[in-house]
Design a protein around this ligand. Structure first.
Ligand code: SF4
Length: 463
């Protein structure tokens, strides 16, 4: 099966947890929440459900609607606690082994866990555990996290504190053991995790758009270094020491998160509108129409249009069902892949001077085909405006970035890049303006793929 490589950065996962404090259909809630976070991973999905000491698991490669038939879902209807996961695989081969949640059975009973993130000192942690006789069944670093937690005889909370003290990297976790749902966010706060409530039920999710999907109320974000424990008595918090340089991934606002999500008290949609406004102020151009590359660049295009006074209009239409196809690998070249995903709306393009706003440029190949598509549809001028700085460095915290030599922003100046992709001009949003547009007052931001400044040393990275 072909994964259309669209030249973008990709999120690697979303996590989910549910504590059924009422008498609701747990399976339906889980399905809707995972479905609303499908944009964070399309390669695999899974759910573990528990009632008392009994745990059961279903996971597979594929989209949510491919992994869960009605018959499979019905098995989760009456569960008291659930954890779930959607996965984006970093390699082109997608195997069942990499899917989550992971389930282990220890002395105190079962533990099930879903992980979003990447462990920077994963090799070192794995070797330490192996020296102590721990046997690994998978190559995913999430398994090491499970062994650290399960290996502490003082209970799951003590195991999680061990993990926070030992592990370097990004992790948003949802875990369950008999009668408890637990959420954990790494002490840097690199990956997001939010708490929602539906009647007497609690939900944990990577993005608050999951709560919108089921009509649940957003309660708050899990804080960096916080462990939240949900039982039939309610929610209890253990706050471990957060890092001084808390660093939420700024790419959540640029591209990854869904427009209706709110992360660390900042609306993703409004932050993108502000990115477009700042971009219009710093990189103005005369044009007839402002348009955005669907979907994540549309709010930035609206912001650019509002600030500049140039009318907003749709120049490109997206086929939302093109994420995965059954066309065999090699049958489509990259240009055909882009055309499967996007098409020009001729009426809005012909004889127009267009400001085309995109959220980011990674390899530059997508932009080249989009510009060609608009030229073929009769565009007079095309001015690319990018609502983030050039991507110049690799990510080491769970985002699939191409090798640095393939990051076009690391070796081509804007004028040269405009020439290469066939645009009349190209300009980026500056890093200070990006940070100001996000306006996150609660915790700091990681901008590592733009400025090479990471929240922690990365010499021992195991990528
Ligand atoms: S390096 Fe970039 S993609 Fe990775 S966590 Fe930092 S901002 Fe996000």
């Amino acid at each position: 099966m072909l994964k259309i490589n669209d030249g973008s950065l990709h999120e690697e996962c979303a996590v989910f947890g549910f504590f059924n404090g009422g008498n609701v259909n747990a399976a339906q809630i889980a399905y809707q929440c995972l479905f609303s976070m499908q944009h964070r991973g399309q390669d695999g999905a899974g759910l573990a459900g528990a009632s008392g000491n009994n745990v059961h698991l279903h996971k597979d490669t594929g989209l949510i609607n491919e992994v869960f038939s009605k018959q499979v879902l019905d098995e989760f209807n009456k569960d008291e606690i659930l954890v779930g996961h959607v996965r984006y695989a970093t390699s082109s081969s997608v195997t069942m082994l990499d899917t989550q949640p992971l389930v282990m059975h220890g002395y105190e009973g079962f533990i099930a866990m879903a992980h979003n993130g990447h462990i920077v000192n994963g090799n070192e942690v794995r070797r330490e555990l192996q020296k102590r006789g721990v046997l690994f069944q998978t190559s995913v670093d999430s398994e090491a996290l499970m062994h650290i937690i399960a290996g502490n005889r003082d209970g799951i909370e003590a195991g999680i504190k061990d993990l926070i003290a030992t592990v370097k990297g990004s992790y948003a976790l949802t875990l369950m053991c008999p009668d408890k749902l637990i959420g954990v966010r790494d002490p840097w706060g690199i990956r997001p995790l939010a708490i929602g409530r539906l009647g007497d039920c609690y939900i944990l999710a990577s993005e608050s758009c999951a709560f919108n999907a089921i009509g649940a109320a957003f309660i708050r974000d899990v804080k960096p270094g916080e462990i939240v424990i949900i039982t039939s008595s309610g929610l209890q918090s253990i706050q471990t020491q957060p890092k001084k340089n808390t660093s939420l991934c700024v790419f959540e606002y640029v591209y990854f998160a869904r427009n209706d999500s709110c992360i660390d008290s900042v609306s993703v949609y409004q932050s993108r509108i502000r990115m477009g406004r700042y971009l219009s102020k710093t990189e103005p151009v005369e044009a007839d129409i402002v348009s955005g590359v669907p979907d994540s660049a549309i709010p930035a295009a609206i912001g650019y249009a509002n600030e500049s006074g140039i009318p907003y209009g749709q120049c490109l239409i997206k086929n939302s069902y093109s994420g995965r196809t059954f066309i065999q690998d090699g049958q489509l070249n990259r240009e055909q892949s882009v055309r499967m995903k996007l098409c020009a709306i001729h009426e809005n393009v012909e004889n127009k001077r267009i400001v085309l706003v995109d959220d980011s440029i990674v390899r530059g190949t997508n932009s080249m085909y989009i510009v060609k598509m608009l030229r073929n549809a009769g565009a007079k001028e095309i001015h690319m405006r990018i609502a983030s700085p050039p991507v110049r460095f690799a990510c080491h915290f769970g985002i699939n970035t191409p090798n640095q030599k393939n990051l076009v922003g690391s070796y081509l100046a804007p004028e040269a890049l405009a020439k290469r992709i066939g645009a009349d001009s190209l300009a980026y949003l500056g890093i200070e303006d990006l940070v100001a547009a996000v306006g996150n007052k609660q915790i700091g931001l990681c901008c590592g793929c733009f400025d090479g400044v990471y929240p922690m040393p990365i010499e021992d990275v195991n990528a």
